[in-house]
Design a protein around this ligand. Sequence first.
Ligand code: ZN
Length: 301
Amino acid sequence: MLFLEKTRRQGVAAAILLIYIIPIVLGLFFTPPAIKSDETSQCLSAGQAVAAAEAMEADQGYQPAEISVLSAGDEPMPDNNSFGVPKNPPAGPEQKLIALTFDDGPGKYTESLLDALRERDVKVSFFVIGERIEKYPGILKRMADDGHEIGNHTMTHPYGIGISPKRMRRELKQCSRLIKKHTDQTPRLMRFPYGAMDKLSRREAKEQGLVSILWSVDTEDYRLKNVKKIIKKAYQPQPYGVQDGAIVLMHDIHKASVKAAVVIIDRLIGEGYRIVTVSEMFEARGKKLKPGKSYSSAAKE
Ligand SMILES: [Zn+2]
């Protein structure tokens, strides 16, 4: 009996040891690697990173990236409950102004952005791609119906340096034609994909009466794809963060970008900004936009 009792005790002790020690040992050997920041992207300049990220999208035919794992900082998508939603302040003297711009759409997240903008009485500028308009003509129409500004972002999003004038002419013409077809508006503003342009590309824009709009705040949302990081980037130290007269670059084809945009909008309104379209901001500042010229900010000098 004693022998049996001893054996049983040893068995229990062994079981306890196994239960407690095995996970510790496993933990030591299978600790998941810490998530490293994207070093490759950090080595790129902002412009190169834009080019790389957008080129990747181009390869995928501009399919918006699905985000399978939401980061801890993600906010819920804007819903239809407008209770307590901050409203864009009306235009006034000495008003701080800022223009939010959204490229590469329309996309499947654009409508939730449009809902949030409508609730807040905010108008923005969209730089749309012709190929995306063909996929989402109804969303483009709604952008216009809701009073947003629509700019030309070419037909297929080509790199604008070294491109033949004939190709750039076609890229701009086809996109403008589609915008006109679905919204009955002729775009006045355009943005070269990746902000890349040369003398010949600019000349084509000028000949079509298009003003080139760049940006002063690059949220790098296409790369970060994380709500908190995008907001932090928008609010980076000056001169690259949000400020009076800034033009902010974002992309409405990414879920995290749309979520971050809504948080940024509410924060800007709370800080006393009036959010306006690019054209409205330059007009309010008495700055005339000229076709073929490029503008990246309407900050007071
Ligand atoms: Zn783009």
